[in-house]
Design a protein around this ligand. Structure first.
Ligand code: ADQ
Length: 473
């Protein structure tokens, strides 16, 4: 069996995970994937160094070997805080109003991708399968090819792929997309993002898409397909059954007495639609005065990407909004919103999900959204809660039995909360069962098998016989 080399911006070793705290969806999913495969997980350590040395820190935890490098401050500013999180992240989440274009970001991004390629290439053996993750590392495959790597190399994008009309606002967009043709397989979360990619290829690059999903541009043939990521359903059931989860559940229930708990759990990010959600909840309180004092909304949102100023802004906005809504509606014995800025270990989170009758998962745009799946997986099968889900999350294509809403509409959020509170148990069970079938059937194990099998079956020798991609525009 070939080894699997996973390359992502950050590496999260299993040992670090067990300490708890907020984990990005990517790290949670990959730690689970790497437990089964021999191989290596390569990425940035999260540390800064005065001068880039290329020194690799190799560690082994619970069967997973990790290899990390430090980056220079300028690298982190231009590549991570810059091009990845101030240019690509907003643009790919349809926020061209927030996307910043700065020449130094682009050059920093390419420099760090080269540094990744230079350092990881010697660790890769001829038979290894290489799996590159996410928007931080789009040109890495091409960088590896330039170092004569003939391996099968796949790329998976965890966030949406934007429509062609938005993507063309990115300077050098063709250069970025052309670099992707160095991969053998490109994976997206949903058919919707895949369709947008097809459009771009056809309209901007004069390429074609064959019936089996092969993309042809000039002499390059690349497979592209949708692989919706799932949660580790088995591991999550274990977390729900733990003593920690039970205690967390009781702690939350005790604190609200007999009120209905509505929960939101997100990284503090403008793409998650938190301000719109708060306003939707406010509309619900406004329209249903009989429900005031009977519901309690808990929003857990640990800050992320604090060095990027748009994140400071959303933080201030939510502080202000939660304060204003509480000031407007609170009674001496009731606070409408509890807004908590910290992360929790997974088992505690599982207990909080279980205690909540309703989850509000209303991103304005999301590649998939694992919180929606975790909430469903944490429910009591005999008396499950109701998931209110944005129709703009990738997860909405699988979790069709959720109450789907337009996250920009206060009215729709308000109506969905009212409907969820009134929903008969039989209907809750029927909807939950349908969603659970999808979550169990297409979990993280299914996801990684689907991707790795597809990568393995890419036409043999394809990468060797074809010329490297030309990058000039
Ligand atoms: P994220 O944008 O980070 O992931 P999401 O998929 O919801 O979003 O994953 C968040 C993860 O972090 C979940 O596992 C959740 O439990 C955890 N988490 C969030 N808040 C937490 C808290 N307060 N305490 C502890 N844990 C917390 C990106 C994409 C998504 C895609 C994933 C995986 O943006 O669209 O689903 O990658 O591909």
């Amino acid at each position: 069996m070939s080894r699997l080399i996973v390359i992502s911006n950050r590496v999260s070793a299993p040992k670090a995970r067990s300490a708890g705290g907020a984990q990005g969806g990517l790290s949670v999913a990959l730690a689970a994937a790497l437990r089964e495969y021999r191989g290596l997980w390569f990425g940035w350590s999260g540390n800064k160094t005065d001068e880039f040395t290329g020194h690799i820190d190799l560690q082994r935890h619970e069967g997973v070997t990790t290899a990390t490098i430090d980056l220079e401050e300028q690298d982190v500013d231009e590549y991570y805080n810059g091009y990845a999180n101030r240019t690509l992240w907003p643009l790919f989440h349809y926020r061209i109003d927030l996307a910043e274009y700065d020449r130094s970001f682009g050059s920093g991004y390419e420099r760090v991708n080269e540094r990744f390629a230079e350092t990881v290439a010697p660790l890769i053996e001829p038979d290894d399968l290489v799996w590159v993750h996410d928007y931080h590392l789009i040109p890495l495959g091409m960088q590896l090819r330039e170092r004569r790597l003939k391996n099968r190399i796949g790329f998976f994008l965890h966030i949406p792929w934007p429509p062609q009309r938005l993507l063309v606002s990115l300077p050098f967009h063709q250069r970025l997309v052309r670099s992707m043709l160095a991969y053998d397989l490109i994976g997206f979360q949903t058919e919707e993002w895949l369709d947008s990619f097809h459009h771009y290829i056809e309209r901007e690059m004069g390429g074609t898409v064959e019936a089996d999903g092969t993309i042809c541009v000039g002499n390059r043939r690349v497979k592209a397909a949708a692989f919706p990521i799932g949660i580790d359903a088995a591991e999550f059931s274990g977390a729900v059954a733990s003593d920690t989860a039970r205690m967390a559940n009781e702690r939350l229930r005790r604190s609200v007495e007999d009120k209905h708990v509505i929960i939101g759990v997100d990284r503090l990010d403008y793409s998650k639609g938190l301000a719109e959600r708060f306003l939707g909840y406010r509309r619900f309180l406004e329209e249903h005065d009989d429900c005031r004092g009977r519901v309690s909304f808990l929003q857990i949102a640990p800050p992320s990407r604090g060095e990027v100023h748009t994140y400071e802004h959303i933080r201030e906005q939510l502080d202000e909004l939660s304060g204003r809504i509480n000031g407007e509606f609170a009674e001496i014995d009731w606070v409408p919103i509890r807004y908590v800025n910290q992360g929790y270990p997974r088992e505690e989170l599982a207990g909080f999900y279980r205690a909540a009758e309703i989850a509000l998962v209303t991103p304005l745009r999301d590649g998939m959204n694992l919180v929606a799946k975790e909430y469903v997986a944490a429910q009591d099968p005999e008396n499950p809660g109701v998931l209110i889900l944005s129709r703009f999350a990738g997860a909405a294509l699988q979790l069709k039995e959720a109450l789907l809403v337009n996250p920009y509409s206060k009215d729709e959020i308000s109506d969905a909360i009212a409907k969820a509170l009134d929903m008969p148990k039989v209907e809750r069970i029927r909807r939950w069962r349908a969603m659970m079938d999808s979550i169990e059937g297409e979990d993280v194990v299914w996801w990684r098998k689907a991707f790795v099998d597809a990568l393995q079956s890419v036409g043999e020798g394809q990468s060797e016989t074809e010329k490297p991609v030309e990058l000039q525009e």
